[in-house]
Design a protein around this ligand. Sequence first.
Ligand code: CO
Length: 737
Amino acid sequence: MTSEPSAPDRLRSLEEPRYLSASFLRADIRAGLVVFLVAVPLCLGVALASGAPLMAGLISGIVGGVVVSVLSGSQLSVSGPAAGLTVIVAAGIAELGFEVFLAAVILAGILQVLLGVFRAGTLSHYFPNAVVEGMMAAIGIIIIFKQLPHAVGYDADHEGDLSFLQPDKENTFSELLQAFAHIEWAAILISVVGFAIVWWYASDKLPKPSWLPSSLLIVLVGVAGVLLLPGLGAQFVLEPAHLVQVPNLAKTPASEWVHLPDFSRVADPRFITLAVTLAIVASLESLLSVSAVDKIDPLKRRSDTNRELSAQGAGNILSGLLGGLPVTAVIVRSATNVTAGAITKTSGFAHGVLLLVFVVALPSLLNLIPLASLAVILIAVGYKLASPSLFVRMFKRGWDQLVIFGVTLLVILFTDLLIGIGAGLAVGVLFILRRSVLSLHLSVRSVPGSETEPVVIRLSDQVSFLQKETFLAELDRLPSGRPVIIDASHTQFLDPDIREVIADFKEQAVHRGIELELRGFGHIDQSLVSVNRLVGLSYSRLLSNNRLWAEDKRREDADFFKDSAKEQLPAYYFLTCSDSRILVNMFTGTDVGEVFIHRNVANQAPLHDPSLNSGLLYAVDVLKVKHLIVCGHYGCGGVEAAMKDDLPKPLNDWLSGLKEVYREYRSELELLAVDQRSRRLVELNVLRQVRNLVDSDIVRAAWARLQPLEIHGWVYNIHDGLVIDMKVHVTGPTNAR
Ligand code: CO
């Protein structure tokens, strides 16, 4: 809501160790102030709904701010009493009494510290994105619906309630109908002005005071309304029920807010059950909140969730000792924190200190704040959480993600947080099961085309003995005389039973006149691969393989060919040998459009070869490649030929440059063993061709116009697939040679 430095600017300063710089401090204190304002009624509302003393909610808020934010593993999450715990807390207090309940909170805290120590926070990595996003959208929508009644001055439901069925016997939607029958005109006026302020601050065109956050202005206007509107007439008086109502500590007898934990029931199973339930639910809520906050953190930081659990545990131990409600990280206050422009945990700490100071010393000031103003702030936060762009994003992510998101959202909206999360997770697991069941099916496809084209059997990711029956039946159905490809390139696991079937089929195929190719078995079973060399390879398999390849590419990325057809932007030019074992894209891990390749026998770069020069000209002048790489290879037939006399004329002409190198180094080469000789000549050849490129007019002209261009020399070792860098890196005419 305020104009703060942009996220990248902040990130840059975060990299420097000036965490507490003045600009951060200012932004954090402003955000802390806003969070504090919305936290006051939320703490009171949760206490009210839990059937606990009001002060217990405030104590929990203060502990969450002052203690948990300091220890927390998250920079932006805010902790305090949670709406999601009210049912458990209310039942616990009713059953065991408040003092025994406090002891259970302490035990729950100890358990949470242990959960953190044993790294249970790692669980949060298993919340699917779609579930966390569904939760955020649901909470956003819930805040908007639940706060609308407060915005018009109908305050029957307590603040901070997130569940569908409300304690006032209404639900989220029927409450809205009630609200519009009980309108307070002063509240409406305050809200309308508040929304106008939100709109003003959100607009790019209007100037606004950057030192005054919109939320603070909304509250100030609200307080002014409470003080001034009654001048317009009796119908504009806002009763205390429509304002924040912090109990005045000075006027409250100590016996009402000093409560000490009672450990007399530690052996009672109901006590233990309560403590364990609190520990589990509070931990879940905290982890979910922290996951949600990490998603909306403009700096995209990732919180340490194990540290967060221990911090929450410490908070609960202290809150229980002081007579407070259990704390968790809470989404609404955390989202308010992010929206208000917080940068570090200083903001959460500031909110705690402000709570402490105002509750102890200045409660009457807080009690001038109308709930309608806070409703406006929270509705703006709700809109951020459930923004239309989130829905657009989910629609684009495919229907299974959308279903998980939608189920989580709707179930939370109509029940409560944890049930919704459970439903979202369950749907997610169902999708995973469905996918793995589907992939159990053997995918067999006969590639359409002429009768002579191969039938392709593609094995799926996991092929177990469960598929043996289907597989055998499939093999029996194959027509005689037609080529067959069994493709395992996508298979991670192949059951020994199936391997045996394939090995048997290998024999059978010969008798049935089936030309069999086993494709992509290299990573599974080398003994199956050897069969490829024994059968004559058909030409038509190239075309069917091509269709499979194109289909795979499209399946990985529907727009693959659309995108790559637009243009090529290679950064590398390769000059390499025509040898069939040099798979440049494979051994360099490059893809379509990344490497411009020129090939000829023994990777020659004769300066007057029109074929070489036109390729080089296009690569350097038009494509503006950054690197020219000459890549020879050991075992090069061309290089070996150059050491012989009586070559056929075309080859003799083509290799004349290489023969020159050979003559030049002959005496040195003949000192080497025979097998070392050709290896050394391969290397010398690469160096000579690099020099040819350095001397090329095309390259010289590029350097003359200061175009960045480097020339390198490589030898590819066909024996181990590794590249040997010859350590020549020519970057300009000055360091040539
Ligand atoms: Co070669």
